[in-house]
Design a protein. Structure first.
Length: 337
């Protein structure tokens, strides 16, 4: 659908005060939380009733975000989450491209009356009645800002909404470092500062929230669990369930670890394998044209963006890594540097 037509359709949806719900992906990150809460603040400011539904509780370093206390998380309140989705007039689906990304809430999501998807991942599934997809946007938060602006609602972005939207842009752009950072990104960040976002406070709340265990786990991973494959220009981290237990692992503790691989000069692919009870979680990051989302879609039931993607493997950690090494040469050969 032409963007102008989609904006017009959204404008009509928002014309009367309604019952809205917002849902984002499992294991919500800064952009997932920032876009959901940022949009929630603005919708509430123009008179809607809004419930934010989370497929699971986000890591503690995101709990400070304005509005977090009012979210419903499926791991704590499964019934209330389902009810909010089924009873709303409009469901906003933010920062994910396939219904399966909400895990246990997938079947409920597909039963919602009217869904509006706003997302920046590649190849969105056609599950929503209205889809806003912009793979050039560094963050869903940037898209939410753009859409609010096109709707003429930017004056309703107060300090809380601005803080949430800035947080997602900052985290998904790697603090304005990744290739996805454009002049528009910085313009939106500046506009959000004018509306009350305070970068120093936001950076500190998100980045200076380490526990001692988390830093020691990082040190252990860098020292003992990193394999550098110079010829393949690839760096692999692997942490077993036992490794994680040794450092009293909390969700979010390994966030950003994989990026250290890419900081080694000449490395263009970094992988991180994390063992859990039933499956192995895989995170890949790349530089340049190497499409890690395609690799994970084909080999690890995953997806995401060209340079940052995630997936999973049913089985043992060692088997997941072996599978990676088996598939890697064919992938790299397709994309010579
Ligand atoms: P991470 O490696 O930090 O978990 O995720 C990197 C990017 O890939 C994020 O944008 C995330 O939304 C996406 N992603 C992570 N896991 C999956 C997955 O299992 N499937 C899909 N389609 N995307 C994922
Ligand atoms: Mn995102």
């Amino acid at each position: 659908m032409e963007n102008k037509v989609a904006i017009q359709a959204l404008r009509s949806l928002l014309a009367q005060p309604g019952k809205m719900a917002i849902i984002t992906h499992f294991n919500p990150d800064g952009d997932a939380m920032g876009s959901s809460l940022g949009l929630a603040h603005v919708l509430r400011a123009i008179g809607h009733h809004v419930t934010v539904v989370l497929p699971n509780t986000p890591p503690t370093f995101l709990h400070w975000m304005p509005g977090y206390a009012d979210c419903l998380a499926h791991d704590r309140l499964p019934h209330a989450c389902k009810q909010a989705i089924l009873e709303c007039d409009t469901l906003f689906a933010l920062d994910f491209n396939r219904p399966g990304r909400v895990n246990a809430l997938e079947a409920t999501l597909l039963k919602a009356k009217h869904t509006v998807l706003i997302d920046h991942h590649r190849d969105p599934d056609g599950f929503a009645a209205l889809t806003f997809s912009d793979t050039s946007a560094c963050a869903t938060c940037q898209m939410v800002f753009d859409i609010l602006e096109q709707l003429g609602l930017q004056e309703h972005i107060g300090p809380d909404a601005a803080t949430c939207l800035y947080s997602g842009i900052m985290t998904d752009s790697g603090s304005f470092r990744f290739g996805s950072t454009t002049p528009r990104t910085l313009e939106v960040a500046a506009a959000l500062m004018h509306k009350g976002a305070v970068p120093e406070r936001i950076c500190s709340a998100i980045l200076d929230s380490n526990t001692e265990n988390r830093l020691r786990l990082l040190g252990f991973a860098l020292h003992q669990r990193m394999q550098v494959m110079t010829e393949e220009r690839t760096c692999v981290f692997a942490l077993s369930k036992e490794d994680l237990e040794q450092y009293a692992f909390q969700p979010g503790d390994t966030e950003g670890l994989v990026n250290y691989g890419l900081s080694i000069s000449n490395i263009r692919l970094a992988a991180f394998f994390m063992g859990a009870a039933s499956e192995v979680k895989v995170s890949l990051r790349s530089k340049g044209q190497l499409p890690v989302d395609k690799f994970l879609h084909t080999h690890f039931s995953g997806g995401g963006h060209r340079n940052a993607a995630g997936g999973r493997f049913q089985g043992a950690l060692a088997d997941a890594i072996a599978h990676f090494h088996e598939m890697l040469p064919g992938f790299l050969a397709q994309y010579p540097a």
